[in-house]
Design a protein around this ligand. Structure first.
Ligand SMILES: Nc1ncnc2c1ncn2[C@@H]1O[C@H](COP(=O)(O)OP(=O)(O)OP(=O)(O)O)[C@@H](O)[C@H]1O
Ligand SMILES: [Mg+2]
Length: 313
């Protein structure tokens, strides 16, 4: 389908133009400038409704590194109070996405909104405040090797709050117990298994009471059983945080976003699934709608099948 040749190219910097329906009443966006027509034939851009507002939103976001175009008109949301998955082939820009959410990278054009506020337009001090809304879990747990587990988990509280050591201890021990590390507080990261390091990173990501928790491949390097257990832990902690937020009348329900390759995790854990390919969302929606999708790319990807539109290109 050659939409680009028949429809006027929208200005990349004008989100309204990009969202405008094309001729013939179709709301399908035009492919990115310079993209071969058939590269986007499986991008249905269907977003099955979640019934929730988005706490994070990408609006026609473009990002290149030199000649490498990574985000190419990405429009994607994370619905409030849900556990979302961001799935996509390796090198598609999933980690790049996460870095845009917390203002570690800025888009070349388009926008990234957190609670409706434009991240690239924030002042330094606003950005600093905004980052406190996030808990981040990196691949290896990103623990400080010179500190024991307790001090690692206490670190954000000591740096970002004026809490007393007694209050800090209460929070840290609660989180450590929650992830099954209540008895390991004195241990150093090199004395922990990969799975334990991840759980410690998870505990640390939660201590500031974040509205949004981002997990970048929490399952990498874990065996299938530990991956399943971590998935359960993520769900359990999310449920508990939602209950707490409701009881406290918090403005926003906690939202989790998990970047993963593990289709089984996605099937078990996700409330909502975003499938990313070639810098754009192919299709997104509540897990059930996605697992029943007729889109050949989505079917292939969610089944982990070698046959289908996705090849080793
Ligand atoms: N700071 C940077 N400078 C230059 N290129 C970068 C930078 N960050 C990411 N890239 C490139 O952007 C592309 C997407 O990277 P990214 O890490 O987001 O992929 P990914 O989807 O997370 O992949 P994986 O599943 O393997 O983790 C890669 O080609 C990477 O080399
Ligand atoms: Mg990555």
């Amino acid at each position: 389908m050659s939409v680009a040749s028949t429809a006027p190219q929208p200005e990349r910097h004008d989100p309204e133009a990009a969202a405008a329906p094309l001729g013939g009443g179709s709301s399908r966006p035009v492919p990115p400038p310079g993209a071969p027509d058939d590269h986007y034939e499986f991008h249905s851009y269907t977003v099955h409704p979640s019934g929730r507002r988005n706490v994070v939103e990408f609006v026609d976001t473009y990002k290149s590194f030199g000649p490498n175009q990574i985000l190419r008109g990405l429009t994607m949301g994370l619905p409030e109070g849900m556990v979302s998955m961001i799935l996509g082939p390796s090198g598609t820009g999933k980690s790049v996405c996460i870095k845009h959410m917390v203002g570690l990278l800025y888009p070349d054009s388009g926008d990234v909104l957190v609670h409706g506020e434009s991240v690239p337009n924030m002042t330094e001090s606003r950005l600093f405040e905004m980052r406190k809304k996030f808990g981040l879990l990196f691949q290896d747990g990103a623990l400080f090797s010179s500190m024991n587990l307790y001090d690692n988990v206490a670190f954000p509280l000591r740096h970002h709050t004026n809490k007393s050591e007694q209050e800090i201890e209460e929070i840290v021990m609660r989180r450590l117990k929650e992830v099954g590390l209540g008895n390991a507080r004195e241990r150093f990261p090199n004395e922990l298994s990969g799975g334990m390091r991840k759980r410690a990173g998870f505990a640390r990501a939660l201590v500031l009471g974040p509205d949004i928790v981002l997990f970048d491949e929490p399952d990498s390097g874990l065996d299938p059983v530990r991956t399943a257990l971590l998935g359960e832990l993520i769900l359990e902690v999310h449920r508990e945080m939602v209950e707490e937020a409701k009881a406290e009348g918090k403005e926003f329900l906690p939202t989790f976003a998990v970047v993963t390759h593990d289709i089984m995790s996605a099937r078990r854990v996700a409330d909502y699934i975003n499938v990313l390919w070639r810098g754009r969302i192919v299709e997104a929606g509540p897990a059930e709608a996605m697992l029943n999708s007729e889109n050949p790319f989505i079917r292939q990807f969610l089944a982990g099948d070698s046959q289908g539109p996705l090849s080793m290109d």
